[in-house]
Design a protein around this ligand. Structure first.
Ligand code: ACO
Length: 318
């Protein structure tokens, strides 16, 4: 009998502190107008000193477990997607496992920048389909504010912090209809962090050739979403929601146009969250489910593109 991964529950966490474009105007040569028209971002959440990507992941994971009505003891796989881990080791996933008192099971981090959640979801999907595990906790948690140079107006305005979590369960009915991941390292010099120092794992600021990244993102995502639909055996008019990685509203709208999907069918969080890297898709998913826009039986297309370059997608029947 075929086994599928179904979305059983979602959770999210955003730090309390909000940094608006107007706040940034006071410390940088930038404007709310520039940021809004170029990116769609109005504000972002910023992690506090005493928080970490593990503490944020813990809150999001507990909410996802509660919503899924699944006990932590039943989880058989933990994957945390992050490019801002606290330590080289133990992994964020193992630190989270301890906090949630999840019994022995595979637990590891995935580092694929903004496509990290797509990678984590794909791996969990494969393991559930292969009937290796029944319940998986898949998380994106990021402290991007600790990775940006707050003097660099071309990058710091883009990013925000937060965590999103999903619980997947094995089921006889789909579920995730298709998922895919890929990367092309030849573009590694268009978006990268400088060499780190010994103080912290992620103290190498982000460097980005923004307009080049923009163009390749739009092109790659257009192919990606077509392929995703093909793999799932769906037409674009059968899609109910696009749940994209939130890097730039113009990239997202270009992808939606390519799919001939109306803007009302996009779950957008970018205005309030900014780019939370691997956390952006699970946070958007959580938002769409919480406000009841996403309904049981509907078809969702998740897609992401990030440094590497890396990219990935999933088509889900909710
Ligand atoms: N405020 C005001 N002016 C600015 C700012 C700012 N914050 N930042 C840059 N500018 C200026 C530039 O200096 C430049 O000025 P010039 O024309 O005098 O030289 C001008 O604005 C245009 O700069 P561009 O970089 O060409 O602006 P662009 O329209 O490309 O927008 C942006 C920049 C928003 C970064 C866009 O290129 C983008 O979104 N790129 C993709 C980002 C992305 O998807 N990243 C992938 C995920 S991230 C990850 O994986 C971790």
């Amino acid at each position: 009998m075929n086994m599928y991964a179904r979305l059983a529950g979602t959770g999210g966490y955003l730090p309390q502190k909000i940094l608006t474009n107007h706040d940034l105007e006071k410390q940088l040569d930038t404007s709310d107008e520039w940021i809004t028209t170029r990116t769609g971002i109005k504000q972002r959440h910023i992690i506090s000193e005493d928080e970490s990507i593990v503490s944020m992941a813990e809150i999001a994971a507990k909410e996802a477990l509660k919503n899924a009505e699944v006990n932590a003891q039943d989880i058989g796989l933990i994957i945390v997607a992050t490019c801002t881990p606290e330590r080289a080791f133990p992994s964020s996933a193992c630190l989270l496992q301890e906090r949630l008192q999840i019994p022995a099971c595979p637990a590891f981090d995935v580092m694929a920048a903004c496509a990290g959640f797509s990678y984590a979801l794909h791996i969990a999907n494969q393991l559930i389909q292969a009937q290796q595990i029944r319940y998986a906790l898949v998380i994106g948690s990021e402290a991007m504010s600790r990775l940006v140079d707050w003097q660099d107006r071309s990058t710091c305005i883009l990013f925000g912090d937060g965590a999103g979590a999903v619980v997947l369960k094995a089921d006889n009915t789909p579920g995730i209809l298709a998922s895919q991941i890929s990367a092309d390292g030849q573009y590694s010099k268009l978006l990268y962090t400088e060499k780190g120092n010994n103080q912290a794992l992620y103290r190498g600021y982000i460097q980005m050739q923004g307009s080049e990244v923009f163009k390749i993102a739009v092109k790659t995502l257009s192919h990606l979403v077509e392929e995703a639909l093909h793999l799932a055996g769906l037409r674009s008019d059968q899609l109910d929601w696009l749940v994209p990685h939130q890097a730039n509203v113009r990239i997202i709208e270009a992808t939606a146009r390519h799919l001939k999907l109306s803007p009302e069918k996009i779950i957008l969080t970018i205005a309030e969250h900014g780019n939370t890297s691997a956390a952006s898709i699970p946070l958007a998913l959580h938002q769409g489910i919480c406000d009841k826009r996403i309904k049981p039986g509907q078809h969702l297309l998740l897609e992401s593109f990030g440094a590497g370059f890396t990219w990935g997608s999933a088509v889900i029947r909710y």
